[in-house]
Design a protein around this ligand. Sequence first.
Ligand SMILES: Nc1ncnc2c1ncn2[C@@H]1O[C@H](COP(=O)(O)OP(=O)(O)O)[C@@H](O)[C@H]1O
Ligand SMILES: [Mg+2]
Length: 339
Amino acid sequence: MSDAATLPSGNAIGRTDVTGDTILDIRSLKKYFAIRNAWGRRTGWLKALDDVSFTVQKGEILGIVGESGCGKSTLGKTLMGIHQPTDGEIIFEGNDVAGLSPDAARDLRRHLQYSYQDPGASLDPRWKIRRSLHEPMVIHGALGYEERERRVRDILRAVGLPEGHLDLYPHEISGGQQRRVGLARILTLQPSLIILDEPTSGLDVSVQATILNLFLDLQKQFNLTYLFISHDLSVVRMICDRVAVMYLGKIVEFGDTETVFSAPRHPYSRSLLSAIPQIGGERITDTFSLEGEPPNPGNLPSGCRFRTRCRLAQPRCAESEPELRNDWPGQEAACFFAE
Ligand SMILES: Nc1ncnc2c1ncn2[C@@H]1O[C@H](COP(=O)(O)OP(=O)(O)O)[C@@H](O)[C@H]1O
Ligand SMILES: [Mg+2]
């Protein structure tokens, strides 16, 4: 596959394969990390996820955006069982997987996979690609060698790599090919939902396009649903059907990608999203102007956690916390004064 592929465009508009079935239903999910002093005594809680609820529909690409530290990775890792939730429910394909031990949840979660920024980096350098690709299926048991090998070859082809690569070591292939192997490894467990955590960061634009096209191809071939975590707003706008905007552990805006990007309601989304250029325009990412610094996540302001940086803030915002309200078609925002 050539690295000069063009960027996918218009994916969010006119997609027809979103079925309307819920694959993942997250209810009041909380993940608090203990803050300890030098003597190991707990002095407070860092509320990395603070009452997060949303559903993911089968076949969609749902984007999660927000500044660094707002809880995007914590969300992915808590869904995946890498972190135990403090509270809340995670209903994946009809089963509540929250609160299960990683072992007990392993089977329920095998169709839910989490991919780090660079999935190729997790390949064992001492193993040939074949062994790395067989290993997840060996751990999960059930399949014999021949069956595993057949699946490995099919998936390797799907990610655009020749079979000859099975006999190579990771250092004998390029970084981009390692990434493909990393994805192939995840696919061997036949996931239905993949959490992609910053999957394009650190890639230059032409390689980004190739990898995004690969995600879209694989989505079609394997009927995948993606939770697409990224701080790259242009990429999110390009490929996500819906988007959640997070601020310090809370979803402050949620809705159809085009609606949210073209008319953000929450004052935080407004400053976050206003800085990105239109598709086809010049790419600027990571630069948006917001008044002041985010508050210390271990010591949030009362009421609305955005009020200390908000142009619309009123006394009411210090008294109670706004919930998401769905006063706009295809869009919800957690603000008393958003119009
Ligand atoms: N294992 C951990 N222990 C304590 N605090 C953590 C841990 N992981 C993340 N955090 C904190 O939780 C908040 C959210 O982090 P993270 O989910 O990594 O944000 P993002 O992925 O959006 O950049 C940050 O304040 C971070 O410092
Ligand atoms: Mg992160």
